[in-house]
Structure formats: C-alpha cells, structure tokens
Design a protein around this ligand. Structure first.
Ligand code: ZN
Ligand code: ZN
Length: 495
C-alpha cells in the first residue's frame, strides 16, 4: 500500500470524523527549494486522499511571517541592505526586489506561485502577522503567562534544555528601538509586557493588545493548531526528533489545553546528489531543476517514496530522463510496484502523455517545428505540456549521448556497405518501429554478422558516432524514405 493510503486509514482509525483540517506552515525566509515543495505537497496529497475516500477536508497554509530573518540566503547576498534587517520579523523586512510590502510576503508569493505550477490547491492562506494582529494569540499568551511553571516544565522536559531561574520568555516582543524580535527578553508581565533588548540595550514595555510580539515558536505551533482546529499536521523529520518542537506541542495540547494533539506525520529529506540541499547553486537549485523536469514528474518522484524515506534526486540528465520514462511507463500500466502507480495517479490527475519525452527529444532535433511534430504524432496534449522542456534540454545541450542526434552522416567501412543497402531495401513506411528494429537483427544474423556491428555501422553513417537512440524508433520518426535518401546519398558519394 502507498504511504498516503496507509496514513489516511490510520487517521480514520485514530480520529473518526466527517471533516478534517489539514495544516501546513512555512517560514517564508528565502527562495523555495525541494523541501519547500514537500512542505505543501505532502499535506495537500493527504487532504486530497481524505476527499477521495468520501470525507471532507480543508487545507490551510500558514506563512510564518513573524519569524525573524536569521540569515541572508546565499542567492541574496548581493542585497547588502538586508544586513540591517537581520533579527527583524519577516513581514517588516525590506523586499529586496521592491515588488511586495515585505520580504516575507515576497517569498510567500513565490511559494503560492510554486503551488500553482505543481497544481497544489489550498483552501485558505493565512499569514502569522495578521493572525497576531487580529488577536488570535492573545488568550494563549495570557494562559502561558498565568501557568508559567507548567510551561517551563514542559519546555525543559521536551527540549532537554534548562531555562534560567527567572525565565518569562513566553513571548518575543519586537524591540521598539531596533525592530528585532530575536533578541528581546521578557522581564515582567501584567497585561503590559516589559522587556530588555540584548541587541541594542533598550528597555521598554508594550501592551499585549498592541500585538508587537510573537509567541515562542514551540508555543505558537500548538496555539495555532488549537484555534484553527487542526487535525492533521506534519513536517520534516527534524521537527519530529526527540527534543523537537512536535514533542512540546503534544504536551501543550494535553496538559494546558486539555485536548488531544493533531495526528502528526513526518517526511524524509530531499537530497540532491546525496546531499541536503537548500542553498545549493547551479543545476541543483529548484528553479533550475524546474527548467528541465516537468512539475508532474517531480511530483511523481517525490510521492513514490515511502513517507519517511529520504529522496535522493540525482542531478544528471540521464537520471532526469529515466524519471520521465518511468513516469510514462507507469502511466501506460507498466509498473513494478503499486506505490509507483499510486504516485502516478496522485501526480498526473489521470492525464497520460502518449509520446515519451525521449521521442520528443528526437522529433524536435529532426524537425525543429512543433507544427510538423504535432501533425506526425497527433499528440497535442503532451506536446503542449512538454515542448518548453524539450527546447530547454536541446538549447542547454543536456542530451545524453545517445539522444544527441545531430545528423552528421559519414561513410561506413566498405564491408558494411552492402549490408546497409540490403537493410534499406528490406524496410518500408508501413513497418512499425519494432519491425524495423528487429530487421537489423534478422538481417545481420542471416549474413553471419554480429547485429551490434550492423547497429554501430548505421549509427556511424547517421551521426558519425557508434551509439544512438533506438534505431527503429529513430528511423520511424525520421521517416523511412528520408532515411533511405540519407543512406543513398552517403553511399553514392563515398563510392
Ligand atoms: Zn517582491
Ligand atoms: Zn533593540
């Protein structure tokens, strides 16, 4: 069984309901990466699966715009003005591109754009700064201050960290002098919060209802889950390790709110070339991968693994091509594992690509005209979806050697001439690609020649190199007559 069916079935057993709230939160602190896709794809897939079993589900995405900017991502180091905003909440950090009200909202928009490209739909988008401003967290802050000893005990036990004796750090006020909310320490609370800023030395106070503060993350998470009525929420394995914030959330739900926590789940890392990525450059960045791999295929790749398994994406055109091919084969019913089939169903929405990506690579290199290719294949849907990716592969020279088929005819060794001519005479337009391919074997064997020698000779004749795409398919795409013209031309001029 696929991980998602397993999870949803256990969810129904643990919490029997007609309606489930699924949530996902993300700190919008920089450019999106593969992990960002997981943060929205996994809960969306769960939500969708709940619905496919005839129950209702509501998927909420929350942007943690109140989190402070703790470092400047590598891709943004040229914006030196960002240095002045370190430690400030993301919704108050300058948008370096100047197109949004803040840095946090700029990268929120990037996530929403990404969701569109991956056909991930959420029912509601919330931002932390608005939730705070609207007062949703006020009573939670009051509750935590009023039961400080219990909160402290839970935090110490679940995070394996000792807190200072006079600790009151339930909230992080935004320093009214320097604007940071990562360096303030609460010194007292009585509806007014008094605090000291360890960064600029300011001492000040503010009323809870001014909403210039945020809860400590470990307290924010369960509070939000409580007022949103969240039933299902998960995260990367790092949140779920012993001492992680999930353990704190569970205890806060049970001991302070007197309720059961949501049903959690955790997913593995996405590795790129075996390494954890998030700040990698070049071909490893999400935007680069997305130039070459269709989002549906990326989705298939991410969903076919077990939930907690790490996914390792190899940055290698051959590997990318193998994913395209696997996706197509599974769609055609040729899968080895039901998990593959389930991943295909969840990523494809039932739309099949009739023409494979590797065939389109060949078609495009021969004809360079999508009108002609559409006429030949009559596969308008696949071409529409895949043509920009095919062009990008060819333009960037990403083609694995056997698919790089610039026609570069050269004359074969003389002992192969007759055999090639005989092959030409034995094939015609009405034959299928498989028939043509088999003809090579048949003919070579009947003349006591190793078939691989004949293949090699034909590849050399066409491309001036000993390897190439599946020959039958290639001749079919090229057209049998056109193939014969090329062969005759080469053999005549070389005679
Ligand atoms: Zn912007
Ligand atoms: Zn300050």
């Amino acid at each position: 069984m696929s991980w998602v069916d397993e999870y949803v079935k256990s969810l129904f057993a643990l919490r029997d309901s007609e309606f489930y709230v699924v949530a996902s939160g993300l700190t919008t602190s920089g450019p999106a990466h593969m992990g960002t896709v997981m943060e929205v794809l996994i809960p969306y897939t769960i939500s969708k699966t709940i619905r496919s079993y005839g129950r209702k589900s509501y998927f909420i995405f929350i942007a943690d715009t109140m989190d402070s900017l703790d470092s400047i991502p590598m891709q943004l180091t040229s914006f030196t003005e960002l240095k002045d905003f370190i430690g400030r909440p993301l919704y108050k950090v300058l948008d370096p591109y100047g197109c949004h009200s803040s840095y946090g909202y700029h990268f929120l928009d990037e996530v929403l754009e990404l969701m569109k490209r991956f056909s991930i739909e959420c029912d509601e988008v919330l931002t932390a700064d608005n939730l705070y401003l609207e007062g949703w967290y006020d009573d939670y802050a009051r509750l935590f201050f009023s039961r400080l000893d219990e909160v402290r005990d839970i935090l110490e036990v679940t995070s394996f960290r000792k807190l200072p004796p006079n600790w009151m750090g339930v909230v992080k006020p935004i320093c009214s002098r320097c604007g940071r909310n990562d360096s303030t320490v609460v010194t007292s609370f009585n509806e007014a919060i008094t605090y000291e800023c360890t960064s600029c030395g300011f001492r000040g106070s503010m009323y809870l209802e001014e909403h210039n503060w945020k809860l400590l993350w470990r307290l924010d998470w369960p509070s939000r889950q409580d007022f949103l009525g969240v039933d299902v929420e998960g995260g990367g394995v790092d949140h779920f390790t012993r001492g992680g914030s999930w353990d704190t959330a569970v205890e806060i739900h049970r001991r302070l709110f007197g309720r059961d926590p949501p049903i959690g789940f955790k997913f593995g890392f996405v590795l790129v070339d075996g390494k954890k990525m998030s700040k990698s450059k070049g071909l490893g960045s999400l935007s680069d991968i997305m130039r070459f791999v269709h989002p549906t295929v990326i989705k298939y790749f991410l969903l076919k693994h077990d939930l907690e398994e790490n996914r390792n994406l190899r940055i290698d055109p051959k590997y990318f091509l193998s994913l395209y091919e696997e996706y197509k084969l599974v769609g055609d019913g040729r899968y080895q594992d039901v998990k593959q089939l389930r991943a295909w169903e969840l990523s494809s929405n039932g739309i099949k690509w009739r023409t494979s990506f590797s065939d389109l690579l060949i078609y495009y290199q021969i004809y360079r005209d999508w009108g002609i290719i559409s006429d030949l294949t009559r596969d308008y849907e696949s071409i529409d979806e895949l043509k920009s990716y095919v062009e990008e592969w060819v333009r960037n020279n990403l083609l694995p050697e056997e698919y790089d088929i610039q026609l570069k005819p050269s004359s074969p060794s003389t002992h192969m001439r007759d055999l090639i001519l005989e092959f030409c005479r034995s094939i015609n337009e009405s034959m299928s690609d498989v028939d043509i391919h088999n003809k090579v074997y048949e003919l070579a064997r009947s003349r006591g020649v190793d078939p691989s020698e004949l293949f090699k000779a034909i590849y050399l004749l066409l491309f001036s190199k000993p390897r190439g795409p599946r020959l039958g398919k290639f001749i079919k795409v090229l057209g049998v007559e056109r193939f014969k013209v090329i062969v005759n031309k080469v053999l005549n001029t070389s005679s």
